[in-house]
Design a protein around this ligand. Structure first.
Ligand SMILES: [Zn+2]
Length: 225
C-alpha cells in the first residue's frame, strides 16, 4: 500500500486537491493508516496556522530581521522605463544644470515619477571613476529617498553597490568597463530603474591642470531647474 507525499498533503490540507484525489485520500485514511493519519493532522494544522498568520501584519522588527537574514532574494522587480533626457556629451548644459563642471559625463534620466541625476568623474591616473548621483521623485518631492539600494552591474555581476543618504544622494567608486548599468531599487525592491552608463575617458590635452575630482561643493543638490 502506498502512502501520500508532501505535494498531495499540501493540496489536501488547503482544500485544493482534485475531487478524485480527495476521495482517494479519504478512503486511505478510513482504512486506518496511522502514518497518513498523523500526516493529515500535521498538514491540517499547518494550513490552519498559515491561514491565520497570513491575515496578520508582521511586526516591523520581524520584517527587518527577516530582510537581514535573506537580503539578496528580491523577486523580479518591475522595471520602470527609463529615458535619457540630458547627456552632456551630446548637448551643452541647459539652464539649471551646472556648467562649471567640465571633466567627465553628466546625465539626467527620467523613469516614471523619478529623476536620476548622474555624473561620472574619471580618475586621470587609472581606469577608476567616481559616480555621484541623486535619485528624486518629482511627483512627490517630499517622499523619502533615503536608504535606497543602488548598484552598478555588468550583466549580472555587481561591480559596486551602496545606499542613498537622506537626500537620495549616493557615491561609488568603480573600475570602468563597457556595458555598465546603474540599478536603483525602489519601494523595497518592487520596482527598479536601470540606467546605462557611459564609459568616460579623461581628455589628454590640458590634463596637467585638469581637476582631479570635483570637490564636494560641486555635488548635486537637487533637481530644481
Ligand atoms: Zn498511508
Amino acid at each position: 500500500m502506498s502512502h501520500y507525499g508532501i505535494l498531495q498533503w499540501a493540496d489536501y490540507a488547503r482544500g485544493v486537491a482534485s475531487p478524485a484525489e480527495r476521495s482517494a485520500i479519504g478512503e486511505h485514511l478510513s482504512s486506518g493508516c496511522a502514518e497518513c493519519r498523523a500526516a493529515a493532522v500535521f498538514w491540517g494544522t499547518l494550513a490552519r496556522v498559515s491561514g491565520v498568520m497570513a491575515q496578520q501584519q508582521a511586526p516591523e522588527s520581524a520584517v527587518k530581521l527577516a530582510r537581514a537574514i535573506c537580503p539578496a532574494a528580491p523577486r523580479r522587480a518591475f522595471r520602470i522605463p527609463c529615458e535619457l533626457v540630458f547627456d552632456s556629451f551630446l548637448a551643452p548644459a541647459p539652464a539649471g544644470l551646472r556648467a562649471s563642471w567640465q571633466v567627465g559625463w553628466q546625465a539626467l534620466y527620467r523613469a516614471g515619477d523619478c529623476s536620476l541625476d548622474l555624473r561620472i568623474e574619471p580618475d586621470p591616473l587609472s581606469s577608476q571613476a567616481a559616480l555621484i548621483g541623486q535619485v528624486s521623485n518629482h511627483a512627490t518631492p517630499d517622499s523619502p529617498m533615503s536608504d535606497v539600494p543602488v548598484s552598478l552591474k555588468s550583466g549580472k555581476r555587481v561591480v559596486a553597490e551602496t545606499r542613498s543618504n537622506r537626500f537620495g544622494e549616493f557615491q561609488m567608486e568603480y573600475d570602468q568597463q563597457s556595458r555598465l548599468e546603474l540599478c536603483v531599487l525602489l519601494e523595497g525592491g518592487a520596482k527598479r530603474i536601470v540606467a546605462p552608463l557611459r564609459r568616460v575617458a579623461v581628455q589628454a590635452e590640458g590634463a596637467g591642470n585638469a581637476p582631479r575630482r570635483a570637490n564636494r561643493a560641486n555635488r548635486p543638490q537637487g533637481n530644481q531647474g
